[in-house]
Design a protein around this ligand. Structure first.
Ligand SMILES: [Ca+2]
Ligand SMILES: [Ca+2]
Length: 97
């Protein structure tokens, strides 16, 4: 696991899991500490950001969590955790710390 991946998720706990995100190392994650804003989270079966401010992507069929620093622009994507597939995750399950 690389440096970026090591510092994105600080805890995956509970059912469904809650994930802590460290904003100091995550370009684009904004809004201060607290719940990840809804417009920065997306879930789908492609694992790809849908717009420019989708930074946390949950791929429902694989359970992959991906951080994308630049949203739907090319590149910038880092797979940092794998959860169970098809969880009812929302932005509220992610806490920016
Ligand atoms: Ca968005
Ligand atoms: Ca991207």
């Amino acid at each position: 696991m690389g440096r970026a991946a090591c510092c994105i998720a600080v805890a995956v706990i509970g059912e469904p899991p809650g994930v802590g995100l460290v904003d100091d190392v995550l370009a684009g994650i904004g809004g201060g500490n607290g719940t990840l804003t809804a417009d920065q989270f997306v879930k789908n079966t492609t694992g790809l950001a849908g717009d420019g401010n989708d930074h946390i992507i949950y791929e429902t069929d694989t359970g992959w969590l991906t951080y994308d620093s630049n949203g739907s622009a090319a590149g910038g994507s880092t797979h940092f955790a794998t959860l169970a597939a098809n969880l009812a995750l929302t932005n509220a399950d992610f806490v920016v710390v």
